[in-house]
Design a protein around this ligand. Structure first.
Ligand SMILES: *Cc1c(COP(=O)(O)O)cnc(C)c1O
Length: 350
């Protein structure tokens, strides 16, 4: 089955096979060698000099970690879709106050709105979802980061779950303090791992925040990272797969990978605009997933049955957008040929 859903994505056979390597212990030298080999490659993919923690969880775990470690009392949650709304819910669930700055679903968060909200003061951090997978909107991260940078005590926590590895993200230039992602989206791995690049500033903040929890405590993750280990048993088979996939990504070349994602997005969005309409605000359309407004009121479930018979799947709209929209992911290792096959099959649906 070829998956055109925004996670999990199709995993290449070579990467899937890497998981079958014989198990090793996580406190031995083989593991430390593996971990040490992965770390610089991960930093390349994250385009950062910061450490990158590896978590055996999905990305949601690291949304929780970011708030838990970096927010003393209160943060500003930028919300324009389901995943940013989730982060807003995670905030009080971890005992912090979260003030919501909202834009309608389908629209981007604009930097002036953030500027205005931050002017009220009292925020320890800002949470932002770079690419809202529910709506197909890509927020202007660099511009938002430039605004946050003017507030020296405010950390910027970024969910790039459905963009990192598919879109160039400047981590160190604008000073992203936490930049997190999951394995099963643009990185093209099976689900089960999550990663976050953490700045020195964020780590210093964590030292001042009590009740950081246990499993996701940055200070513990740091202590173990320095000896090429993780605090608890990680998903070692997935780390074997990660090691191989990072090599494949770097062999393709990151800029070639980003260019491929941009070409796929242009192709899918051109196709969709001719036949339907695009849900996301113009100028802020995602390069990794397209949310199509179902202007022809097709039966999305029937469409998926039609595609399934040909070994493919797309996604229905997320949550309240079910039926009104559908989503085509063009992320990970997806090729032009894959997309052509999908669009031909979709055109064959009557
Ligand atoms: C998929 C997704 C998540 C949730 O990630 P999990 O790995 O499923 O926990 C969070 N944010 C965004 C933007 C996503 O696309």
């Amino acid at each position: 089955m070829q998956l055109f859903i925004p996670g999990p994505v199709t995993v290449s056979p070579e990467v899937a096979a890497a998981q079958a390597q014989p198990m090793i212990g996580h406190r031995g030298s083989d593991f430390e060698t593996l971990f040490a080999r992965i770390q610089p490659k991960l930093r390349q993919v994250f385009a950062t000099r910061n450490r990158v923690y590896i978590s055996t969880s999905s990305g949601t775990g690291l949304q929780e970690a970011a708030v838990r470690n970096c927010v003393g009392r209160c943060c500003l949650n930028l919300v324009n879709g389901a995943f940013s709304e989730r982060w807003h819910e995670i905030t009080p669930a971890n005992g912090k106050e979260g003030i919501k700055l909202e834009a309608p679903w389908g629209q981007a968060i604009h930097p002036e709105q953030v500027e205005k909200a931050l002017a009220q003061g009292g925020f320890d951090a800002v949470t932002v979802v770079h690419n809202e997978t529910s709506t197909g909107v890509m927020n202007p991260l660099a511009e938002i980061a430039a605004v946050v940078q003017r507030h020296p005590d405010v950390l910027l926590l970024v969910d790039a779950v459905s963009s990192l590895g598919g879109v160039a993200i400047d981590c160190d230039g604008p000073g992203l303090d936490v930049l997190l992602t999951s394995s099963q989206k643009c990185l093209g791995l099976p689900p089960g791992l999550a990663f976050c690049a953490v700045s020195d500033r964020a780590l210093a903040r964590a030292r001042t925040v009590p009740n950081r929890g246990y499993y996701f405590d940055f200070l513990e993750l740091e202590k173990y990272l320095l000896r090429n280990q993780t605090p608890a048993t990680p998903a070692i088979s997935l780390l074997f797969a990660l090691d191989v996939q990072l090599d494949r990504m770097l062999a393709e070349g990151l800029s070639a990978r980003y260019a491929r994602h941009a070409r796929l997005a242009a192709r899918v969005q051109g196709w969709a605009a001719e036949r339907y309409a695009l849900f996301a605000e113009e100028g802020y359309r995602s390069l990794t997933v397209t949310t199509v407004t179902n202007t022809r009121q097709i039966d999305v479930r029937a469409l998926n049955r039609h595609l399934r018979a040909q070994g493919m799947a797309i996604s229905d709209g997320y949550g309240k957008l079910k039926g009104q929209t559908f989503r085509i992911a063009h992320m990970g290792d997806t090729t032009e040929a894959d997309i052509e096959r999908l669009l031909t099959a979709m055109d064959g649906f009557k």
